[in-house]
Design a protein around this ligand. Sequence first.
Ligand code: CO8
Length: 373
Amino acid sequence: MGQPVISATGLWTPPNSVSNAELVESYNAWADRWNADHAEAIAAGEVQPKPHSSVEFIEKASGIKSRYVVDKTGVTDPEIMAPRIPERPDDEISILAEIAVKAAREALDRAARKPEDVDAVLCAASNMQRAYPAMAVEVQDALGIPGFAFDMNVACSSATFGIQTAADFVRAGHAKSVLMVNPEICSGHLNFTDRDSHFIFGDVATAVLVEDEAIAPAAHWKILHTQLKTQFSSNIRNNFGFLNRAAPEGEGQPDKLFVQEGRKVFKEVVPMVSQMILEDMETLDLAPQALRRLWLHQANANMNRLIAARVLGHEASEEESPTVLDEYANTSSAGSIIAFHRHSGDFQPGEKGLICSFGAGYSAGTVFVEKAG
Ligand code: CO8
């Protein structure tokens, strides 16, 4: 039986950042136009005017200060309020595969691994850009990886579910080296005209190389334990799919984009995730002080503060539970991997930490790791 480890990670960040102030300015300009266009209906009491969004609210409610996007022009233009991503011909690499490959190359370089020595590719993300052929197979082809590849979607928990799946392939002897990528173009599924959620998401791609310890580089992360959990809820939903025809009056029907009951998500997910982590720590006989760091899913700073306090028994410092959502916003499955990628270089052999994700489904995943080498 193979012993799965994380050999390396990779990160690709889009070049364009949008601040809360820029996003709010375009939303408010859009809302003013909408109110002017509907002035009669508003005066007659038939529709409510759109209130302004606010930088202060966004930062206080979520901890988000900015986000990276693949198309800044479209999302900040009050006439457009959506990313404009040109359609590519079928013989050109698709944008999702392209950004996944960029993150993957960094992970492979860091592990000094050649693509031909990888056995499988998993593309684990919230929103695939097409039904088939799988994005994972396109990434496999672009990198020149033999073996097999497939897509999987567990919303914000896709990466931890992907890590466990890769680890299980290694344990079962089906693969020795599995590349797991998380290309997340969340801006394509976000309704930038919805004040309650227009600020939540950003775009990014991450990659994790899961391998058998026998072939891994000397410095790696032992995967000590993983747990996956799902519990059905419609409180975070995206109905995009083959029923997503453009409405006769135009595109972008809000019900085929991301929608959520943010308050309910907050209240229901915090106890679910904290309890899951505490159960795992009991199974592993791990005291809170034995965990140096929590790399938590990056959806909301207040959620992470509560979860970390329940797990550690005290208010977590930035070193114990690092934040990346201030800069990146919620990047769905990639969030906890960005945190791990950026804030793990100071670990000494033997030190332990936890990668944890949670989101739509509901879904949650834990990956306990120990630095080696
Ligand atoms: N500006 C000013 N005021 C606002 C704004 C705004 N932009 N938005 C709302 N308000 C007002 C509301 O109208 C409300 O006013 P009132 O009290 O008068 O009714 C007040 O502010 C408070 O509103 P809320 O109760 O909605 O605010 P919260 O404090 O609950 O904060 C959050 C809202 C930030 C959304 C918070 O609830 C939250 O973060 N919840 C958790 C969300 C979460 O984790 N979601 C996970 C989603 S990710 C996932 O798993 C799916 C993957 C999807 C992939 C990506 C595709 C896009």
